[in-house]
Design a binder for this molecule. Structure first.
Ligand code: ADP
Ligand code: ADP
Length: 225
């Protein structure tokens, strides 16, 4: 569950930009992998492919052994900005996905309540996104992904817009969540400290064409909050 696999994967965008070339890349079940590299090396492209937002140009890609055709609730995506629905409060934003999926209320309600508690948002159910700080909005964004019980969390610079202090607390929170849920995490960042702090394995990418050039296992224990 939650296994990501790319084999000789290439991506050429319309207009001819070769964003990825011959990428072999695997993320195992429950693994936390960081994709690290400079701007433009293809990190987001790789994430958007496995999320189902982009189509592969060559090679193969699978999630849990199945070819990826479109986005699905088994892959939760978190971007730099949570892009919450501004007219809905925190609770409504988080239960929006389960409602669209026609999940029964007696299933999604306790689940949403529990996730909002874990994310430290218990007191903010009624708040509108505009009333929240960037860090709190990002917590809602993560809660919105987790409420769908994804097999993998795909995170694209999720803390990139946050101040240093907030970033640190969000990194600790993410590690706590990951350690209890054991969901697969693919985490895109250009911050080497963040990659080493969070991941089991750091995959270093280089640009032109986008490739994974190094895979570094991180054996040092994680900090416990
Ligand atoms: P990163 O996430 O590492 O910054 P991206 O995956 O966003 O890199 O981009 C990889 C390359 O693909 C860059 O050269 C970028 O300009 C190009 N690219 C990304 N998205 C598109 C797109 N939608 N259309 C055309 N080119 C794109
Ligand atoms: P609907 O929009 O169809 O009324 P919701 O999914 O918004 O349904 O669910 C409303 C229920 O969610 C309430 O009965 C309540 O039990 C629960 N709930 C808990 N906290 C909140 C909150 N802060 N805002 C809205 N509903 C909440």
């Amino acid at each position: 569950m939650g296994t990501i696999q790319f084999s000789l994967a290439s991506k050429t965008y319309p207009g001819g930009v070769l964003a990825l070339e011959n990428v072999d890349f695997t993320v195992g079940e429950g693994e936390f992998v960081a994709l690290l590299g400079p701007s433009g090396c293809g990190k987001s492209t790789l994430l958007n492919l496995i999320a189902g937002f982009e189509k592969l140009s060559g090679g193969q890609m699978s999630f849990n052994g199945d070819a990826v055709a479109k986005p699905g609730p088994d892959r939760g995506v978190v971007f730099q900005e949570a892009s919450l629905l501004p007219w809905l409060n925190v609770w409504e934003n988080v239960v929006f996905g389960p409602k669209v999926q026609k999940t029964p209320r007696d299933i999604y309600e306790p689940r949403a309540r529990e996730i909002l508690r874990i994310m430290g948002l218990e007191a903010f159910h009624e708040a509108l996104p505009v009333q929240l700080s960037g860090g709190m909005r990002q917590r809602v964004g993560i809660a919105r992904a987790l409420v769908m019980q994804p097999k993998a969390l795909l995170m694209d610079e999720p803390f990139g817009a946050l101040d240093a202090q907030t970033r640190l607390s969000m990194q600790e929170l993410l590690l706590d969540i990951w350690q209890s849920l054991k969901t697969t995490v693919l985490f895109v960042t250009h911050d080497i400290d963040e990659a080493i702090l969070l991941a089991d394995r750091v995959c270093v990418m280089t640009a032109r064409p986008g490739r994974i050039t190094r895979e570094i296992p991180i054996d040092i224990p994680r900090p416990r909050s």
